[in-house]
Design a protein around this ligand. Structure first.
Ligand SMILES: C=C/C=C(\O)C(=O)O
Length: 273
């Protein structure tokens, strides 16, 4: 454990991550700045940078859940989910290229997004509460990114680093939850036409609904419940795939449809012809 008082260590870790994001230069792991394996301290770091974003005028649009798939948990050597904040400026519309310099070390995951039509203030929300509160589901791509060099992360690093969230892309056709069995959906993700990831709804903590319930209940415990209008990225359905300049990705999730994105081959971001 670090000799500094925890509040100082939290502020220092938050400043290091914020500077890495601003400068576009990855930083060393922040776990060495925090008490060992202290996930609460890591969430305190995340909160400081979320508050910094809100103070700078960014709009909170929802939350992401991470580390839900056994494949991703194995990739990162962890055994529990986590969450991070989604800001509106992290949403990339379909058809808009992602400029190369916008992210540091992007990887991509296919997920189910839920968009809430009502608040979820219950301490122990049930599936019925969640189904009633969800306006619709969408297929989604989360482009994860790490401000920490070479993705050298533990759970403490990724939690502190806003659950390694980068950008996200939502499909454009909303599907009500009485039309799709989220536990049994099958997902395929292609990169430049080749399959790079597969999974099912059950691979996301048993079901994307189970993951969303974990988040809803965790946030109620923190006094920041999910609200009507929030987007919830429920977590990867399969392993994440590395993304590079010029790559095009399409995810198909049975019952939800398709969502696609592409990384520009040059330093220009724009709309595809
Ligand atoms: C490091 C990020 C992991 C996720 O976003 C995920 O598992 O969904």
């Amino acid at each position: 454990m670090n000799a500094r008082e925890p509040a100082g260590a939290v502020a220092e870790a938050a400043a290091v991550l914020d500077e890495a994001a601003r400068a576009g230069v990855p930083c060393p792991p922040v776990r060495h700045l925090l008490p060992e394996a202290d996930i609460e301290a890591a969430y305190a770091v995340q909160r400081l940078n979320v508050e910094r974003g809100i103070a700078a005028g960014r709009r909170l649009a929802g939350r992401k859940i991470g580390l839900t798939s056994p494949a991703v948990q194995r990739q990162l050597g962890v055994d529990q989910p986590d969450f991070g904040a989604l800001f509106a400026d992290m949403a990339v519309p379909e058809g808009q290229l992602i400029a190369p310099g916008r992210l540091l070390q992007p990887k991509i995951e296919a997920e189910v997004a839920l968009v809430l039509g009502a608040d979820l203030p219950h301490q122990d929300p049930t599936v019925a509460d969640l189904l009633r509160a969800t306006a619709f589901a969408l297929p989604a791509l989360e482009i994860v990114d790490s401000r920490i060099a070479d993705w050298d992360i533990t759970i403490v690093d990724t939690v502190a680093d806003n659950a390694s969230c980068g950008l996200f892309v939502l499909g454009g056709t909303p599907v009500p939850l009485d039309r799709v069995d989220l536990r049994n959906v099958r997902m395929t993700l292609t990169r430049n036409g080749e399959t790079v990831s597969r999974g099912t709804g059950a691979d996301c903590l048993g079901s994307p609904l189970t993951a969303a319930l974990w988040l809803a209940s965790t946030l109620v415990g923190l006094g920041e419940p999910l609200r009507a209008g929030d987007i919830v990225l429920t977590g990867a359905l399969g392993p994440m795939a590395v993304a590079a300049e010029g790559d095009e990705f399409t995810a198909h999730i049975e019952g939800l449809g398709t969502v696609a994105t592409a990384f520009a081959a040059s330093a220009t971001e724009g709309t595809r012809a």
